[in-house]
Design a protein around this ligand. Structure first.
Ligand SMILES: NCCC[C@H](NC(=O)CCC(=O)O)C(=O)O
Ligand SMILES: NC(=O)OP(=O)(O)O
Length: 312
């Protein structure tokens, strides 16, 4: 593996989950692997979990993490090729990525979508520019279309809490006040297709995710029907893909309640808006796995960093 930028970079999910569980049991076992190696974390957007858990993962491997809030603290970066840079951007990605590669052995990047320019978002302009112009491995810490560290975490969490073979997993759209990206839903849908689970997606009409990602997964527009006998319910808001980045009419009844959840475990990547996406009674109950998921972010990141360190 040269980079970790997509769920497609996981060659054998079952093996990866076994390895992640071993790391979780003994997080300091490989603390010499990353000695004198530097992880650069570049954030174009806000983060709590990714920023801290990825640093924690690096520290557990003996690496030195260095973090930069690129949007606020660095020069404006130009991504266009051949641009006359007489506007607001002061530095081109060609230099920026090459320079950061001088200081870092692995570079991790967070860059959200515009949600206004579908072609630009689908081209993964920022992430792919780092892949092209950096000379070290790139880790995706949530890009325009994917959040593969989260997806790996979610597969690990489901594997830990599954009480039967082939549990039923439901990815449900939930209401929100803002237009949100598709990245988390996309990576969850992709990783569930690699796992031995009975997987369905439910969302209101007009909110179907990219069919190239959901492929043959059943997409139901009746949430109650979809959630029947679920073992895991993964809630997430996303804006319309078809009417790109739009908030269509929002049906508040799609909020996850205790009665809707039934006996299923509740999952969400966080941060979550209480009593908009999911009611307090769910988050404050034993049915919620959100904190366990957040904990697993460290071990998923650690597995990815370990695999990349082994290639250096
Ligand atoms: N990294 C986890 C999710 C990040 C982002 N959520 C958000 O922007 C929520 C913002 C808010 O609730 O205001 C998303 O949906 O992709
Ligand atoms: N789940 C997740 O990626 O959280 P942050 O946005 O806080 O990093």
């Amino acid at each position: 593996m040269k980079h970790y930028t997509s769920i497609n970079d996981i060659d054998n999910l079952e093996e990866w989950i076994v390895d992640a569980k071993a790391i979780k049991k003994n997080p300091l076992e490989h603390r010499k692997l990353g000695k004198n190696k530097t992880l650069g974390l570049l954030f174009f957007n806000s983060s709590l979990r990714t920023r801290l858990s990825t640093q924690k993962a690096a520290l557990n491997l003996g690496m030195n993490p260095i973090v930069m809030n690129v949007s606020n603290d660095s020069w404006g970066i130009e991504f266009g090729d051949g641009t006359v840079m007489d506007g607001t951007t002061a530095e081109h990605i060609k230099e920026a990525a090459a320079v950061v590669s001088q200081y870092c052995d692995i570079i991790a990047v967070r860059a959200f979508p515009t949600l206004t320019d579908k072609a630009k978002d689908e081209s993964e302009e920022v992430l792919n520019a780092f892949k092209k112009y950096a000379t070290v491995p790139i880790v995706n810490m949530e890009s325009a279309t994917a959040h593969p560290l989260q997806g790996l975490t979610d597969a690990l969490t489901i594997s830990e809490y599954a009480k039967k073979e082939r549990p039923k997993v439901v990815l449900t759209w939930a209401p929100h006040v803002k237009a949100l990206p598709h990245a988390v839903g996309n990576s969850f849908a992709q990783v569930m297709q690699k796992m031995d689970v009975d997987f369905v997606i439910t969302n209101p009409e007009g909110y179907d995710l990219n069919p190239e990602i959901t492929r043959d997964v059943p997409v139901l527009h009746n949430q109650e029907e979809a959630m029947k006998n679920a073992d895991f319910v993964y809630a997430k808001n996303w804006s319309s893909y078809e009417n790109y980045g739009q908030i269509l009419e929002t049906n508040k009844s799609w909020m996850i309640t205790k009665s809707l959840l039934g006996n299923a475990k509740f999952m969400h990547c966080l941060p979550v808006r209480r009593n908009v996406v999911v009611e307090d009674a769910v988050l404050d109950s034993d049915s919620s796995l959100v904190i366990q998921q957040a904990n697993n972010r460290t071990f998923a990141a650690q597995l990815v960093l370990k695999k990349l360190l082994e290639t250096l």
